[in-house]
Each structure stands twice: as C-alpha cells, then as structure tokens.
Design a protein around this ligand. Structure first.
Ligand SMILES: [Zn+2]
Length: 63
C-alpha cells in the first residue's frame, strides 16, 4: 500500500515554500525532485527514527 504524506518544505535554492507529496511507505531513501519554482534539483533525504516516524530533510545538490 502506498502512503503519501503531504508536507511543506522550503526550497534550499530559492527559499520558496513548496507543497510536496512524500511516499513514506518506501522507507529510507534519497531522491531528487525539481523545484516547481526555480527548477533546481532538490535532494530529498528520507529517514526513519526509532519510533518509526519518517524524517524528511532537503538539501542542495552542491552542498
Ligand atoms: Zn526553488
């Protein structure tokens, strides 16, 4: 079953608030998604903490 969580992130390039859908059923993963505003590739880092809660981190590609 696919679980999609909607959440607001801030683009690390242009600083715009973005509405994104995160697939939390796939577990820890990393992937790129282009910013809808400035089209830069945002690196999404999904990880799970001890209680099974998904944590989402966004980074620039060049950091
Ligand atoms: Zn952006």
């Amino acid at each position: 079953m696919q679980e999609l969580d909607e959440l607001i992130i801030t683009c690390p390039y242009c600083g715009e608030a973005l509405d994104v859908l995160i697939d939390t059923s796939a577990g820890a993963q990393q992937y790129y998604e282009d910013c809808a505003v400035c089209c830069a590739p945002i690196l999404f880092i999904l990880s799970e903490d001890e209680s099974g809660e998904m944590l989402v981190d966004v980074k620039r590609d060049d950091e």
